[in-house]
Design a protein around this ligand. Sequence first.
Ligand code: MEV
Length: 328
Amino acid sequence: MATASAPGKVYLFGEHAVVYGEPAVPCAIERRATVTVEERADDKLRVEAEDLSLDGFTVEYSGPTDANPAVDVSESLVNAAMGYVDTAVEEARDAADRPDAGFDVIIESDIPLGAGLGSSAAVVVAGIEAATRELGVELSRSELAERAYRVEHEVQDGQASRADTYCSTMGGAVRVEGDQCETIDAPDLPFVVGYDGGAGDTGELVAGVRALKGTYDFADDTVRAIGDVVRQGEDALEAGDVEELGRLMDFNHGLLSALGVSARSLDAMVWGAREAGAVGAKLTGAGGGGCIVALDETDATETALKYTPDCEQVFRARLDSDGVRLER
Ligand code: MEV
């Protein structure tokens, strides 16, 4: 039996603009998906998700699929994750050259699903790591990141960026530009995440930005301005200047709002955090709903968000410098 875990992520800077070749900085957070894998005597795959919910966030169970009778789906929410698990297991079989290996898989996660925090990438990264270790194969981190990216790319019909899977594999702060990803130096960042309980439609939001960019030169300039914020942010990260990072996060949120991807709930949480004294706050991910991320060393933002009507959950999560981890 092998167990591996991998972190979720927030975007410190640069979502949406990254689609047009500007750099972005996602950061791994101390919220993990944990996957336990045990090889079976046959070639079947059985998946159990004991706790893919966080504080009552659930997705309805809809049973095993006719399309894949070899898969025994035994808990709520697994169907949502099933495509990822199935494809991650294929990658592990391929890496170990064991096409007929069967597994019992248990997934646990404390990353809210569908909230833009990279929960699927974390499950995929931890799943490939646990399954390959169970088959006696140790992948390099770069091969693991590449295989995890292939899974997301396939399951998301070619829409996935490398940001989530790379960040989940390597941990820490990551610089993404085009196909290039690297970890970069960062101070210990006191993230506070507020979640409105919903999620925007990433495809629609990306299409909306593309349409604005095509219509208005100033929307195109706005995307490039986000790239400038990211470049400035990289300097602030290197200098360990958390106050400057906060100012740049505020600026980044304003530019994302101008591109139409914020929402009333996200703005309410951002303002709740700022008024509580957060160093900075912005939406994270595609927007339209979902999560904001703030920087605050004190408890003030967490307390304020608990009383912000649009905020359904709030949690602290420091920057996680560990990426994927073999637990046992
Ligand atoms: C979504 O998490 C981030 C976006 O930049 C889309 C992407 O990079 O694929 C909005």
